[in-house]
Design a protein. Structure first.
Length: 223
């Protein structure tokens, strides 16, 4: 997100650093971007990073905080439109529409940058949680997740709330792990023996939605 020219010079510099970090984190991983590579891309010096953020971890938190707030606000807006439309029509919200609202950042036009970075954040929090990821997830993801769980319970009232929360977590894992198959690994491509469906975002979205909807609608079994 390029900094508007109307911003004060300090704010422009800060936003340039965030924009470069977003791009480079998406390309090389959260922990794979040296400070000097970041400053070279942003056209600033190392002192500017420390002046605006204090540390590279604080920079990462600012990047993820800004990205998460913006993308999750878009998801919640789409979700609220779905539930409001269903309520007005006196029907249950469509499960597929809820799932599409959830996966949108991962398969939309910015999937290769913002979507990839969002997936990296969730994976990092799952595999090696830190105070930084705890703060970002607690502030920007937990409130959004509760809204999606509530909407799914309206769509599928036969599923107990605790089980729906678990199915929501399984949905998150499905999306994030599917979209993390990038770079040289590309296991999907090896298994498919042809161009991976992951490279076609429309195909990927359709496959994710079909698979997740099937799981969310699965009959309730067990105790």
């Amino acid at each position: 997100m390029a900094a508007p020219r109307s911003l004060p010079p300090d704010r422009i510099t800060r936003q340039k650093i965030i924009d470069s970090a977003l791009k480079l984190y998406a390309q090389n991983g959260i922990d794979g971007v040296p400070v000097r590579a970041l400053t070279a891309d942003a056209g600033v010096n190392v002192a500017a990073v420390h002046y605006h953020f204090g540390s590279t971890e604080a920079l990462a938190e600012a990047v993820f905080g800004e990205l998460s707030e913006r993308l999750n606000a878009q998801r919640v807006m789409a979700l609220e439109a779905i539930t409001a439309g269903a309520a007005q029509a006196a029907r249950k919200p469509a499960v597929s529409a809820i799932v599409r609202a959830f996966v949108a950042p991962y398969v939309g036009p910015a999937a290769s940058t913002e979507g990839r970075l969002l997936a990296q954040l969730i994976l990092k929090h799952r595999l090696s949680p830190s105070p930084m990821t705890e703060r970002v997830v607690g502030k920007h993801f937990d409130p959004m997740a509760k809204k999606f769980v509530a909407a799914l319970l309206k769509a599928l009232p036969e599923v107990p709330p605790g089980l729906m929360a678990l199915r929501y977590m399984l949905m998150v894992s499905t999306v994030v792990l599917s979209l993390s198959d990038r770079g040289r690994a590309q296991r999907l491509q090896r298994l498919a023996g042809k161009k991976a469906a992951r490279d076609d975002l429309q195909t990927m979205e359709a496959a994710l939605v079909d698979f997740i909807v099937g799981g969310l609608r699965a009959p309730v079994s067990g105790p």
